[in-house]
Design a protein around this ligand. Structure first.
Ligand code: UD1
Length: 421
């Protein structure tokens, strides 16, 4: 597996464009299963999770071809209903084929996703929602086996102990689009990726109202068409780059970064000392790298995203004063603390919070990325650390970031990939 070698770099300068959002494209690929007609999706990021979802679709008998950023999905003759353990264990988002398969084929057999390194990841809300629409569900030999003789619209509450669920909202919205009658999803997730999925479904001919709010109304239709759709920009990639510039200093324009998707991030980076200017279709970030402590709590959208928590912790590690970071979505998502501390950070965990005492400087060290977003946090830490940092576990980064090291290198970061094996 490759390694990244990161040297102290900065300031970062120039203009970059963000890719399409990984978290938007995955459920949209699953939504293609709702039609017999081909769909064309553009602005698709070349990340491993997209390739895994293509494998899942192909396993169901669906054509999936990616040329540049354009993905063509051809579901005309698919009969498969199984998403196997080997693929679902690689990517939890595979569970979003459950709703479409059930609605279109009346049956689905999807491996239980299980937990992952960021903690327990239950799927009770997905199952509750689909059962409310009339599906029978049983768990057998590690598989969710769901069937229905016809889904019917219903009132569904999707609030859980940690807020609403993004992919459960997606799963129920997709299934309800082909159900008979009206579905009301209450306590729905409001994330921009849910809105992008709804926009895709609307283009397919679905009847959906209220997306982006806490209550979504769906009136089922008998069939859905194929559709063309451009994926929204990745707010997590944009936020990661914004944090990088705030830490390393510099002046970078991030094309495609949408202020309306990044309000909480803009707010916290400004409070820490960076300057962020809203341009037409872009955000410009300027910083001298001298930052001060902030308090951040991760929350469902429009709160600060959990997928930027690790990167923000890297920023806090080199900010003057004591920062407090509280994780309200995944209380166990703190695997990166020990790696950051190996680089000289002073972070202590207290339950679902981390207390981060800012240090003058981090020191480069060999580190291992424990998960996707933590990989980015360690790269950012490496950019401001003395000497060089060697990052292992780059495959995690590749699941969700398209060429992050190249994007940063274009801005002046000193990062090289060392091929191994
Ligand atoms: C999506 C994102 C992921 C992001 C997360 C939260 C994709 C592909 N992934 O994941 O990057 O970190 O939203 O913004 O879009 N929960 C339950 N029961 C359920 C489902 C979830 O209790 O049935 C809990 C989870 O454990 C978590 C919280 O609800 O504590 C939010 O999770 P959820 O929104 O479902 O995350 P995903 O949709 O899987």
């Amino acid at each position: 597996m490759d390694k990244l070698v990161i040297e102290r770099s900065g300031p970062l300068c120039g203009t970059v464009s963000v890719h399409g959002a990984k978290n938007a494209v995955l459920p949209i690929m699953a939504a293609c299963l709702l039609s017999d007609e081909p769909s064309v999706i553009t602005n698709v990021p070349p990340v491993t999770d997209v390739f895994t979802m293509m494998e899942i679709l192909r396993g169901l008998g669906v054509g999936a071809a990616l040329a540049q950023d354009r993905l063509t999905i051809t579901p005309d003759a698919y009969t498969g209903v199984v998403a196997p353990y080997e693929l679902v264990s690689r990517m939890r988002a595979s569970v979003c084929v459950l709703g479409p398969l059930l609605a279109k084929r009346g049956r689905a057999k999807v491996s239980m996703p299980g937990g992952c390194v960021i903690g327990a990841r239950p799927i009770d809300l997905h199952l509750k929602g689909l059962q409310a629409l009339g599906a029978s569900v049983e768990i057998k030999h590690g598989y969710i086996i769901a069937s229905t003789s016809g889904l019917r619209g219903a009132r569904v509450q999707l609030g859980g102990s940690f807020g609403s669920s993004v992919l459960a909202t997606g799963n129920v919205m997709m299934a309800a689009s082909l159900a008979e009658g009206e579905t009301l999803i209450e306590q729905a997730a409001c994330e921009p990726e849910v809105v992008d999925l709804a926009n895709f479904l609307l283009t397919m001919g679905a009847r959906i109202e209220g997306c982006g709010s806490r209550v979504i109304r769906i009136r089922g239709v008998a069939r859905l068409r194929g559709a063309r759709h451009r994926i929204i920009p990745d707010r997590i990639e944009a936020g990661t780059l914004m944090i990088a510039v705030a830490m390393a200093g510099g002046d970078v324009t991030i094309d495609g970064a949408r202020a309306e998707h990044l309000g909480a991030v803009i707010d916290k980076l400004t409070e820490a000392g960076a300057s962020i200017e809203k341009l037409n279709g872009a955000l410009r970030v300027q910083s001298d790298g001298a930052l001060k402590a902030v308090e951040v709590t991760t929350l469902p959208f429009p709160g600060f995203p959990t997928d930027l928590q690790a990167q923000m912790m890297a920023l806090m590690a080199v900010s003057r004063g004591v920062s407090l970071l509280t994780e309200k979505i995944y209380p166990e998502r703190f695997m990166h603390i020990s790696e950051l501390n190996r680089m000289g950070a002073q972070i202590t965990r207290e339950g679902a919070s981390a207390v981060v005492k800012g240090v003058e400087s981090l020191r480069g060290a060999p580190v291992v990325a424990p998960d996707l977003r933590a990989s980015a946090a360690l790269i950012l830490a490496g950019l401001v650390a003395e000497n060089h940092t060697e990052l292992d576990g780059v495959d995690h980064m590749e699941r969700g970031y398209a060429g992050l090291e190249e994007v940063l290198a274009r801005l002046g970061a000193k990062i090289t990939r060392v091929k191994q094996g």
